[in-house]
Design a protein around this ligand. Structure first.
Ligand SMILES: NC(=O)c1ccc[n+]([C@@H]2O[C@H](COP(=O)([O-])OP(=O)(O)OC[C@H]3O[C@@H](n4cnc5c(N)ncnc54)[C@H](O)[C@@H]3O)[C@@H](O)[C@H]2O)c1
Length: 287
């Protein structure tokens, strides 16, 4: 077994959690992955990947290091110094945030928390989730955030299908307290090339929603623009390439079959839901 530089627990081994788990192993950490999906655990145990961008050989390599273990038992997380949550945050049938996976995770995790552990939320969500939803559940026992345990938010920015390695994408880091921020910054600086401190968890949560809302609005717009050009018999691709030569004030977006990925059309509705609680509305998201 290669020498471990720390123990990290990752809850939710999907499109986000599995690449993150492998990145931690590559950097020398011992990784304990938790997922309730027995099929995924069985596949990983057999050295098989179920994420398109990850080859079976990467799983085999991680296993060979002796620092990659997976299970469905939350008690295994007790041994971790840091715990990273990467569970789904979809919409309900009413197009409102569905935090059931996150709340279930926190409920299961809470009884196993140990003094000194850092908990990082990576799931995309509305501003306030870390403090208003996660923190109260984690503090059900005697442990207090900022004193006994540390709570942070760092949104995942993985770009499935593209070649940029996860470590190369700058990582936002925020904490409920200064001590929480320092802990997550120190941990992520050992894995990511660039870690950017953000002053509050709310700002980091909102930054992720801005990124995805920006993409949704611009993809939707360029699709409409393509339709207009098509009707006018103007080649929209040539138009975009021509406009793209402008060195400032323009970002290239290309027409496609829709505002793709499963986060792009979902995340803006998290922002809209929270904004409504403050009596404001986004006409762009609504559109
Ligand atoms: N997929 C992307 O490209 C992407 C990019 C950036 C951010 N995100 C965000 O990251 C989060 C995770 O997305 P994903 O694409 O990895 O989802 P996913 O569905 O691929 O993976 C989530 C995993 O969590 C597991 N899970 C669910 N509830 C659990 C529980 N209580 N305990 C343990 N495991 C549990 C599921 O079995 C699944 O394997 C979401 O908030 C998403 O919006 C996704």
């Amino acid at each position: 077994m290669g020498e471990s530089i720390g123990k990290v627990g990752i809850i939710g081994l999907g499109f986000v959690g599995l690449p993150l788990a492998l990145a931690f192993v590559r950097k020398g950490f011992e990784m304990i992955g938790i997922d309730l999906d027995q099929n995924k655990i069985a596949k990983l145990d057999q050295g098989q990947s179920y994420v398109r961008d990850i080859d079976d050989s990467e799983i085999a390599q991680a296993q060979a290091s002796g620092r990659f273990a997976v299970s469905s038992r939350y008690e295994d997380i007790k041994a971790a110094d840091s715990i990273i949550i990467c569970v789904p945050t979809p919409l309900t049938p009413y197009h409102t945030p569905d935090l059931s996976y996150l709340i279930d995770t926190c409920n299961r995790l809470s009884p196993h928390l140990q003094q000194g552990q850092l908990i990082v939320l990576e799931s995309s969500t509305f501003p306030g989730t870390t403090k208003e939803v996660v923190q109260p559940i984690l503090e059900r026992g005697k442990l207090r955030v900022g004193k006994d345990i540390y709570l942070a938010y760092s949104p995942e920015r993985i770009d499935p299908g593209n070649s940029l390695a996860i470590e190369q994408i700058p990582k936002l880091a925020s904490g409920v307290t200064e001590a929480c921020l320092d802990k997550v910054y120190d941990l992520y600086s050992q894995v990511f090339d660039s870690v950017v401190k953000v002053s509050s968890t709310e700002a980091a949560e909102t930054a992720k929603l801005l990124e995805n809302t920006f993409r949704l609005v611009n993809i939707s717009f360029i699709n409409e623009f393509a339709h207009i050009c098509d009707t006018m018999k103007i080649d929209v691709w040539e138009v975009i390439d021509a406009a793209g030569t402008k060195p400032y004030g323009f970002t290239v977006f290309y027409p496609g079959p829709g505002a793709g990925g499963h986060c792009i059309p979902v995340d803006p509705l998290y922002m809209q839901w929270k904004a409504r609680q403050f009596g404001v509305q986004s006409q762009f998201i609504e559109l």
